[in-house]
Design a protein around this ligand. Structure first.
Ligand SMILES: C[S@@+](CC[C@H](N)C(=O)[O-])C[C@H]1O[C@@H](n2cnc3c(N)ncnc32)[C@H](O)[C@@H]1O
Length: 204
């Protein structure tokens, strides 16, 4: 891995994910986490400050060692213990039925095999647990969706493997979750990049 991927890209990602809209969306989902919580794709740790006092411990997973290093620095002030694990979401080193909440924000767009990762999240979630997510993805308007598909090959290359055209609710339901609440909207920003799905789902 070159200097760009190893050092510069994680810092660009951290800066770009600090935007106001992402922050607003984080605040809608992360505070609902409770008990033993798993965050898949923790990145540089921008969700950490949104966890509330119902979280007992956090397992923070991401394949990028450099992003995990950045997240560890933000973890110094959290009130609960955090275990950082350098692994992809498709291979969670956790027991079946072991977590109460799964949090995933702006990550399913990038995961190489989102269905496999979601099935892993389902496997580790306790029967009464919930997955909480805020993700961007495929827009319902045909003209926007056309642009998303057109731009996707280039976007993937410049945005670290991020895809614009994943239909998040279908992926989540396809992995065997029941969607309990879903709100969608165009957040501020260019429409192909800003159609967001904010949701909570449980085991079907
Ligand atoms: C756009 S960033 C979002 C980071 C963080 N969730 C946030 O909200 O700021 C996408 C994240 O997905 C992570 N990622 C990429 N492939 C992954 C995989 N297979 N499993 C889990 N996370 C992955 C990246 O390392 C990166 O941290």
């Amino acid at each position: 891995m070159g200097w760009y991927e190893h050092w510069l890209f994680p810092r660009i990602l951290d800066l770009s994910m600090r935007n106001k809209e992402a922050t607003r969306l984080r605040a809608l989902v992360v505070p609902d986490a409770r008990g033993a919580t798993l965050e898949v794709g923790v990145g540089s740790g921008l969700n950490l400050r949104f966890y509330g006092d119902r979280v007992e411990r956090l397992i923070a997973v991401d394949p990028s060692e450099e992003l995990l290093r950045m997240a560890r620095r933000k973890a110094r002030t959290t009130a609960f213990p955090i275990e950082f694990i350098a692994r992809p979401g498709e291979e969670l080193p956790l027991e079946d039925n072991s977590v109460d909440s799964v949090v995933v924000t702006f990550t399913l767009c990038t995961v190489a095999d989102p269905l496999k990762a979601l099935r892993e999240m389902r496997r580790v979630l306790k029967p009464r647990g919930e997955i909480l997510f805020a993700e961007h993805g495929l827009a319902p308007d045909p003209a926007v969706a056309r642009w998303q598909r057109r731009l996707n090959p280039l976007w993937r290359r410049v945005a670290g493997g991020c895809n614009l055209d994943r239909k998040m609710d279908d992926l989540i339901a396809g992995a065997g979750f029941r969607i309990n609440k879903l709100t969608t909207e165009y957040a501020k920003g260019p429409r192909p990049m800003s159609y967001v799905y904010v949701s909570r789902a449980s085991l079907a």
